[in-house]
Design a protein around this ligand. Structure first.
Ligand code: UT7
Length: 323
């Protein structure tokens, strides 16, 4: 029996910080509206020389450093992203090359904001199936490149960044008291895909397109979907909200985070919030928040950590990890 244990974590952010006030010059909005409705105060925006691959590489190197490993120790990379450097090849192989890896294999995973939760679940299965021993699971995004900067209903919400973890195979079955990935639950519903999508693509418009969202509609479904998969994970692991040490939700909107925690009965002081600093960084949001929580000294070895995300598709999912 094998289980997957988190060995290291790291993150990377673009140099440029964009505060809410800057949007007042671009669209009809105010700092007050953005803070009140979303909790966002600032986000990082990639410059021309910063890409999903370069941010992903930087986060991966930071995760390797924290694990005391080198790229040669890694045999697999999954990159969760919806903003790849190119339509193909996978940006994960570019990161593989940037890291100087000559072995192993790498691929991208596309589940929009749920990408990292999907990727961790997939990575865990590769490890438990004996297909990989040490892997990098990365979430990296440059959503600034697909935003319509004239659309106030979306452009104020998103930011760029990357986060990565090193997962390692360890002998022993996954169990609540052991370190490692314990349980996960994934869902999608393609009938809702017009609520949050990009209006372009290689096979349809031959363009990249721009992000479109019916924000209120997404909001309406968010808390129900989030709590649904979390309750499934609680059932699988045989725990309740009280057993959780840290809740690391997708960072899209402070109001969604607070409402989900309240509905689940997770105490406020256990909720990791970084949406104020990063905005919504899609697949990078959960690993970025994890990385910040570890840096802040919140999440420590042995803590029971609940990850959750939801986004375009709709896709949604939750993962329980003993850190
Ligand atoms: O990561 C994937 C998941 N995505 C999400 O979780 C996003 C989910 N949705 C949300 O977070 C929220 O729905 C938003 C933050 C997008 C919007 O907040 P809301 O409280 O649902 O506002 P609303 O869409 O109902 O809009 C309220 C008003 C509207 O004006 P009227 O129709 O009441 O006159 C909007 O036009 O706010 C207006 N508005 C803005 N005003 C100033 C929309 N965007 C802005 C803006 N600045 N940037």
């Amino acid at each position: 029996m094998t289980r997957s244990v988190v060995r290291g974590i790291g993150s990377a952010l673009p140099r440029r910080i964009m505060k809410n006030a800057e949007f007042e010059k671009l669209v009809d909005t105010t700092d007050e509206w953005i803070v009140q409705r979303t909790g966002i105060r600032q986000r990082h925006i990639a410059s021309e020389d910063e890409t999903t691959a370069s941010l992903g590489e930087a986060a991966a190197r930071a995760a390797l450093d924290s694990a005391g490993l080198t790229p040669a120790d890694i045999d697999m990379i999954i990159l969760a992203t919806s903003t790849p450097n190119n339509t193909f090849p996978a940006t994960a192989v570019e990161i593989q090359e940037r890291l100087g890896m000559s072995g192993g294999f790498a691929f991208d995973m596309q589940a929009v904001c749920s990408g990292f939760v999907y990727a961790i679940t997939t990575a865990d299965l590769y490890i438990r199936g004996g297909q990989a021993k040490r892997m990098l699971v990365i979430g990296s995004e440059t959503f600034s490149r697909i935003l319509d900067w004239n659309d106030r209903t979306t452009c104020v919400l998103f930011g760029d960044g990357a986060g990565a973890v090193v997962l390692e195979a360890e002998d022993g079955e996954a169990a609540l008291e052991q370190r490692g990935v314990i349980a996960s639950s994934l869902r999608s519903d393609g009938s809702q895909r017009d609520k949050l999508y990009v209006d372009g693509g290689p096979s349809t418009t031959c363009t990249v397109g721009h992000l479109r969202m019916q924000g209120r509609e997404v909001f309406k479904h968010a808390v129900g979907m989030i709590t649904d998969v979390i309750e499934d994970v609680f059932d699988k692991a045989g725990i309740t909200a009280e057993d959780i040490d840290w809740f690391v939700p997708h960072q899209a909107n402070r109001r969604i985070i607070d409402a989900s925690a309240k509905k689940l009965g997770i105490a406020e002081e256990k909720v990791v919030v970084t949406v104020d600093l990063h905005g919504n960084t899609s697949a990078a949001s959960v690993p970025l928040a994890l990385s910040v929580a570890v840096e802040r000294g919140q999440i420590k070895k042995g803590d029971l950590v609940l990850l959750e995300a939801m986004g375009g598709g709709f896709t949604w999912g939750a993962v329980l990890v003993r850190w």
